[in-house]
Ligand binder design. Structure first.
Ligand SMILES: Nc1ncnc2c1ncn2[C@@H]1O[C@H](COP(=O)(O)OP(=O)(O)O)[C@@H](O)[C@H]1O
Ligand SMILES: [Mg+2]
Length: 225
């Protein structure tokens, strides 16, 4: 059995601007096993978002390879990448990107409805996820009517509704105080304990303590910590 879900080999990313060439990533190797909680930290500007966006197929590398679920991602066109993303990947960002006019339950159920799930199944699963993340009683609130920490938990529920093979998180605790940061990290740890795979990037070194596999991004390269 292959328990590796993501393998990155010799990855590089360079931005070519009009008057400037910016080398952001170089010679990055990374293996992510199913059920692991990978945490990558590094200072602001070190290339965390660039790396995560490439792993999540939102951006293409300049060199190197990313094999996800046994498929060489970047040998495929954008339409295929988008399909892979929708079917197999979940994303959470610093800003929740919830739809303001929809209730929390509707926000979580929406990707399942778009995916062709029946409304009864989609709403039941959305409710189950909200319950799991301890915000089931907030289901009928609008995103503006709950706290920042609760909104991020709703965003994670939405990212998980289609059972992605991997959840990518970019500074998900960036706007939260310490108490809510810890609560949110508990949600990620719970997902990992449940056998889910999480890759999280953050400038905060403190967050690394919750990871099963911890790395540091520094001067374009990735180091195991
Ligand atoms: N689209 C882009 N075009 C040019 N430079 C970029 C682009 N995106 C990021 N960069 C540069 O790449 C470096 C890494 O950025 P980023 O990945 O956002 O870092 P982090 O997430 O660690 O703060 C920075 O120097 C940033 O200015
Ligand atoms: Mg970033």
């Amino acid at each position: 059995m292959n328990d590796m879900i993501l393998e990155v080999s010799n990855l590089g990313k360079t931005y070519f601007l009009e008057n400037e060439t910016i080398h952001v990533l170089q010679g990055i190797d990374l293996r992510v096993n199913k059920g692991s909680f990978v945490v990558i930290s590094g200072p602001s500007g070190s290339g965390k978002s660039t790396l995560l966006n490439i792993l999540g197929s939102l951006d293409r590398p300049t060199s190197g390879e990313v094999v996800f679920d046994s498929v060489d991602l970047f040998s495929h066109d954008d339409a295929c990448l988008s399909e892979t993303r929708n079917q197999k990947m979940g994303f959470v960002f610093q800003f929740h990107h919830l739809l303001a006019e929809f209730s929390c339950l509707e926000n979580v159920a929406l990707p399942a409805l778009v995916n062709g799930s029946s409304p009864s199944r989609a709403y039941q699963k959305a409710q189950d996820l909200l319950d799991t993340f301890d915000i089931g009683d907030k289901r009928n609130r609008l995103p503006d009517e709950i706290s920042g920490g609760e909104r991020q938990r709703v965003a994670i529920a939405r990212a998980m509704i289609n059972d992605p093979l991997i959840l990518f998180a970019d500074e998900p605790t960036g706007n939260l105080d310490e108490e809510n940061t810890n609560k949110l990290l508990d949600v990620f740890v719970g997902l990992k304990d449940d056998g889910r795979t999480v890759v999280l990037v953050s400038h905060s070194l403190d967050i690394a303590r919750v990871g099963t596999d911890v790395y540091k991004l520094k001067e374009r390269r990735l180091y195991a910590v």
